[in-house]
Write a protein that binds this ligand. Structure first.
Ligand SMILES: Nc1ncnc2c1ncn2[C@@H]1O[C@H](COP(=O)(O)OP(=O)(O)OP(=O)(O)O)[C@@H](O)[C@H]1O
Ligand SMILES: [Mg+2]
Length: 453
């Protein structure tokens, strides 16, 4: 009973039921009422026409004529004098009739009045009209059996009951169809979300068209597909990470075992320990980078944008990294054609530049030069390009360098201790600024990365 489908259908059914009930009640009462009115009107007008005849000519013949006429119809007539004394009647009077006559009022409008209207319980409906013809005064009573009216109303009630039952059956069918068919999609969606919460992302919902239900269904389907992709990515990512960690750790373990041997010389031991130290550094950097990415993923790191004046800011960063370039025999040039200021998080932007310059440094030959060009893009926005004359990236791999743990020729970058996380961190940071990053590269010519913040 707490199914949404049942509730929806029940609400609809109850509403229609109440509406229909009220309508039928109204119709029923109106029809019966007008039927009864018609009945009384017909007896009254009959009485009135007898009155007219009597007022025109009051004689025994007329009286007999009226009584004879009424004895052939469904109605009965009783004519009395002023003191309710019966002069003539179309039928032998019953006790009930006498009672009505003796109790009837003496004054009423000329068109007469109803003196017995209780059609449910009495035998006769009755009306009275008065007549006056000179000295002859009296009353014309009309009686009509109530049972034909009762029968008619009973029949009418029967019809209404039948109509009521029919509409209840139809309503029940609609209720059933509503709860089954209209709300089927809702149930499907509920089941789909339950599957999702259990971690089964391969759900398939049917196409439902363009209404609100359809939109909801499409959203749930999209959510399911996204979750499936995320799950696959995560599994893949974890597999790569464990692989990445296992390689340096195998080195560490292997060299530690060798270094522990008694028979090796002190110089050899030092050499092995140095390798262990280097590999451990790689592991630490890798884990730090992964942690950085995890923070970005969880959205619990924030960008604190500040207004930064271009030249002093870039100059400071370039000065910091120039020694590393010098020691590799490489040049580093900064160009800020026009002085301007822009909005960015200074610490995060430094992280971005350091990562990119670290790549230029690692993947270039001694003697080449890296260039940093900072321009104003539009108001308060930075257009930064870092270009090197390094080994470049093959065109078919360009699209993948921003992926986590992606490296080109793993063995080649292994000697530089690269883990393949630098560019993915850069990309996340740029996107956290609401900026864009693009890369161009040609093998053996160099690489150029452009950032708009
Ligand atoms: N300027 C560049 N010139 C040539 N190749 C590059 C350049 N920048 C990146 N690459 C290639 O793209 C790959 C991904 O770069 P990324 O910075 O993400 O990782 P990494 O430098 O290997 O490791 P990390 O930056 O995490 O220490 C690198 O392995 C490298 O082969
Ligand atoms: Mg890098």
């Amino acid at each position: 009973m707490n199914k949404i489908s049942t509730k929806l259908a029940a609400a609809f059914t109850i509403a229609v039921f109440i509406m229909e009930g009220l309508l039928m009640l109204y119709l029923h009462d109106n029809i019966i009422d007008s039927r009864i009115q018609e009945e009384f009107q017909s007896i009254l007008s009959r009485g009135n026409s007898h009155r007219d005849v009597l007022e025109e000519r009051f004689s025994n013949t007329t009286l007999h004529h009226i009584a004879l006429m009424e004895s052939k119809t469904e109605t009965e007539v009783v004519i009395t004098d002023k003191t309710h004394h019966v002069i003539i009647s179309s039928k032998k009077l019953t006790g009930g009739m006498r009672e009505l006559i003796s109790e009837s009022p003496n004054s009423f409008p000329r068109e007469g009045r109803v003196i017995e209207a209780n059609w449910k319980d009495v035998n006769y409906l009755a009306t009275v009209t008065s007549f006056k013809n000179g000295a002859d005064e009296g009353y014309v009573y009309m009686f009509k059996s109530a049972s034909p009216l009762r029968n008619l109303i009973r029949k009418l009630n029967g019809h209404f009951l039948l109509a009521g039952i029919m509409s209840l059956i139809i309503l029940a069918c609609i209720h059933f169809l509503l709860s089954k068919m209209l709300t089927r999609p809702l149930i499907n969606m509920k089941e789909a979300t339950e599957e999702l919460s259990k971690g089964h992302f391969g759900v398939k919902l049917p196409e439902l068209g363009k209404d609100e239900l359809g939109d909801l269904s499409t959203s749930i389907q999209t959510l399911a597909n996204d979750l499936e992709t995320i799950q696959q990515d995560r599994t893949e990512f974890l597999a790569t990470i464990s692989h990445e960690l296992r390689t340096p750790l195998t080195y560490v373990l292997g060299y530690a075992n060798v270094a522990l041997r008694d028979e090796i010389s002190e110089t050899e031991r030092k050499e092995y320990l140095t390798i262990i130290k280097e590999e451990s550094k790689t592991i630490v950097t890798l884990i730090e980078n992964l942690f950085e990415l995890a923070k970005i993923d969880e959205n619990n790191f924030s960008i604190h944008q500040e207004e930064i004046p271009s030249s002093p800011y870039f100059r400071k960063i370039i000065n910091k990294i120039t020694p590393a370039f010098k020691s590799r025999g490489m040049g580093l040039v900064l160009s800020v054609p026009d002085e301007f200021s822009f909005h960015a998080d200074p610490i995060r932007l430094e992280q971005i530049i350091m990562n990119l310059l670290d790549n230029s440094l690692k993947y270039s030959k001694p003697g080449s030069t890296a260039t940093v060009i900072a321009r104003q893009h539009v108001q308060e926005k930075l257009d930064l390009t870092i270009t090197d004359q390094g080994i470049g990236i093959p065109a078919d791999e360009l699209s993948q360098v921003f992926n986590r743990l992606y490296r080109i020729e793993k063995s080649r970058s292994r000697e530089f201790g690269g883990s393949g996380l630098g560019l993915s961190i850069v990309k996340e940071l740029v996107e956290a600024h609401g900026g864009q990053i693009s890369i161009e590269s040609e093998p053996n010519k160099g690489t150029s990365i452009n950032i708009i913040l």
